[in-house]
Ligand binder design. Structure first.
Ligand code: FEO
Ligand code: CA
Ligand code: CA
Ligand code: CA
Length: 626
């Protein structure tokens, strides 16, 4: 496959390209088995017997008890299949910032509907493909830190290039439109907008100078020609989900970093390159103009990406820090909570089919106002093992348990996880912890390879408790309660909060759990946040064809779930082609900021190119929105 085809693939299609499934004929048989009653019985049994022991969290009874309920403070909306945003009656929305909008007055007019962003000021505008975000209060101002996950080269580069950069300047343009934006926002009477030239406005890109800490910092594996000490990596890339530390910093998560590297000549294909999908066939052609991305010249550069990176939005001069203690993988988000004894706990998912869920626990403890030194550099990384009886445990990744040196454990975290027998998951996306009680939720977005083929490391992926369906195109949300209600505990119990599906197409497990109905159905849960009232907001990134087994689901959407009752209601839909990702609230909670990534058509301008945007959603009666 040539590069011009590679850039058209989604990230999971690119994973599949690197690690192909069995021959089509064999796959067809597996699909047939999966959708037959015989095929899914294993999943039903594992699920049914487990549900019986879980008491009030029992999935299945939850939805039934709620039939016809309208326990939410809004009237749920229907599906949409158009190029617009829809919110419930009594709510309104407005665009806050779009790809290419200026953060500084010097960049005003930088965007053209015909040609996109001009390269010269591309690090002074809001980036493309908005993703995870958090809001911070600094000196009484409201700052949003927000990721720009990736670029669509075909809409950023001249048409003749067909999406492949033709110069170093074009590579720089693409790199600048990824990364992180810190921007001040304010409501000056006509809804929230960006405060142009705020002293806090900042772009952090592939080029921003960073430092590293934790046991892998300075190891031979992270040394390069440009950084022989292995302590000063440059840049963050493919920033997907995010998190907010308890001390008010932003945690940006590097996800599909693997596709940015290529090779101009020979390079060594190591087992860990295979496991992480790193190879000489770069998707974007950066290596042609920038040696950093050329595996033949800088074979260690990929080890400097795939980390959780901490940014202090209150100090525009601060140097971001890559925390190697939190492990290197395709990070979705980083949900920070605290153990009962004050240690810091960070839950994290690795978004690839058959990969794992992790948590980090610090050695030190923290309380408001205390120093934060070492809290994200000195601790233990764990990986999740789920048992079919709805128990589970966090397995420590240490030299003793893995036989690996600590820097290898962190850099090759997937390989360490396989060694201790972690549970292969259906693409762990966002993790959200309930602020009202000790429990957390992970969106397992989908996994068409469940029961079909091993993960990229060769771990088998049979159906298992939290991943109970072969060829899982719909996804589910798993929830766990740590032992003793302590996020620091090694043991937990779990259930499924929801199993997405289509009850109008399937009369079996592919129809979803009982809290999925014709009126709220969706596929591929991805983003998740709890609001201040304890409701779980769920964003989807799935198939919006509205056809076949997705018929009746419409465009991607944002729903609200009630953790106590299991009820789920649709709150918002986004334009065809878009996913909903990123959610945070204004300080007074009267405005929800929502990300609309990769819209289709020419949304939101109605002409020109489609522009990923952050929108504001509010209640017209002025009451809080979550
Ligand atoms: Fe970038 Fe897993 O979503
Ligand atoms: Ca995501
Ligand atoms: Ca996505
Ligand atoms: Ca996704």
């Amino acid at each position: 496959m040539d590069k011009k085809t590679l850039i058209d693939l989604t990230w999971d299609e690119f994973d599949e390209h690197r690690d192909p499934r069995p021959a089509e004929s064999e796959f067809d048989k597996v699909v047939e088995r999966a959708i037959s009653r015989r095929g899914f019985m294993g999943g039903v049994l594992a699920f049914g017997s487990g549900a019986a022991v879980f008491g009030s969290g029992l999935l299945g009874s939850a939805g039934k008890a709620l039939a016809g309920s309208t326990a939410f403070p809004f009237e749920p909306i229907g599906i949409a299949t158009d190029f617009d945003v829809h919110v419930p009656s009594g709510y309104a929305w407005k665009t806050v910032v779009r790809w290419g909008d200026p953060l500084f007055s010097d960049a005003e007019g930088a965007y053209s509907p015909d040609t996109g962003v001009s390269p010269a000021i591309s690090d002074m505008v809001f980036g493309e493909n908005t993703d995870g975000m958090s809001l911070f209060e600094v000196d009484g101002r409201e700052l949003i830190a927000v990721n720009s996950e990736y670029v669509n080269p075909k809409i950023n580069l001249p048409a003749a290039s067909e999406g492949m950069p033709q110069s170093a300047e074009e590579v720089m343009l693409l790199k600048n439109l990824q990364g992180v934006t810190v921007m001040e926002v304010a409501d000056k009477g006509d809804g929230y907008e960006v405060v142009i030239d705020s002293p806090y406005n900042r772009r952090i890109t592939h080029e921003t100078q960073m430092t590293m800490d934790g046991p892998a910092a300075g190891s031979d594996l992270v040394k390069t020609n440009a950084d022989p000490e292995g302590m000063s990596p440059k840049g963050t890339m493919n920033n997907c989900g995010s998190g907010k530390s308890l001390w008010g910093t932003y945690l940006t998560c590097e996800e599909n970093f693997n596709g940015y590297f290529g090779a101009s000549g020979d390079y060594e294909v190591t087992d860990d390159f295979e496991r992480y999908g790193i190879g000489g066939e770069g998707r974007y052609g950066y290596e042609t103009f920038d040696a950093r991305y050329d595996l033949s010249q800088e074979p260690n550069e990929p080890y400097r990406h795939g980390w959780v990176t901490e940014i202090d939005p209150s100090d525009p001069q601060s140097t971001p820090v890559k925390h190697t203690s939190l492990g290197r993988f395709k990070h979705e988000n980083a949900e920070m909570v605290q153990a009962a004894d004050g240690r810091i706990v960070v839950y994290m998912g690795d978004d690839e089919r058959g990969e794992f869920m992790y948590k980090y626990v610090s050695n030190g403890t923290w309380a408001e106002g205390q120093p934060t030194d070492g809290l994200l550099s000195d601790g233990t990384l764990y990986v999740a093992k789920f048992n079919d009886d709805q128990t589970g445990e966090w397995l420590a990744l240490t030299p003793e348990t893995t036989g690996m040196a600590i820097e290898e454990i962190l850099i090759h975290a997937r390989i360490a996880g396989s060694k201790v027998g972690a549970t292969t998951m259906d693409r762990p996306e966002w993790i959200a912890a309930n602020p009202m009680k000790a429990e957390a939720y992970c969106a397992l977005t989908n996994n068409k390879n469940r029961g079909v083929k091993p993960n990229a490391g060769g771990d088998e992926t049979p159906v298992n408790g939290p991943n109970p369906r072969e060829t899982n195109n719909f996804g589910q949300i798993v929830r766990w309660v740590p032992a003793g209600d302590d996020h620091g505990a090694d043991a937990f119990s779990w259930d499924l909060f929801v199993m997405a599906g289509n009850p109008t197409v399937y009369g079996n497990v592919y129809g979803g759990s009982d809290n999925v109905t014709e009126g709220n159905m969706f596929n591929s849960p991805d983003g998740m946040q709890f609001d201040s009232t304890g409701l779980l907001w769920i964003q989807t990134d799935g198939d919006d064809s509205n056809e076949g087994e997705f018929a009746g689901m419409g465009n991607n959407q944002m729903l609200v779930g009630n953790p106590e009752t299991g009820e789920i209601a649709r709150f918002m839909t986004v334009p065809t082609g878009a996913e909903v990702t990123g959610l945070c609230w204004s300080l007074d909670r009267k405005v929800a900021f929502v990300g609309v990534q990769h819209p289709g058509g020419s949304w939101p301008d109605g002409a020109g190119k489609p522009r990923s945007s952050v929108i504001a959603v509010w209640r017209e009666d002025g009451q809080p929105v979550g």
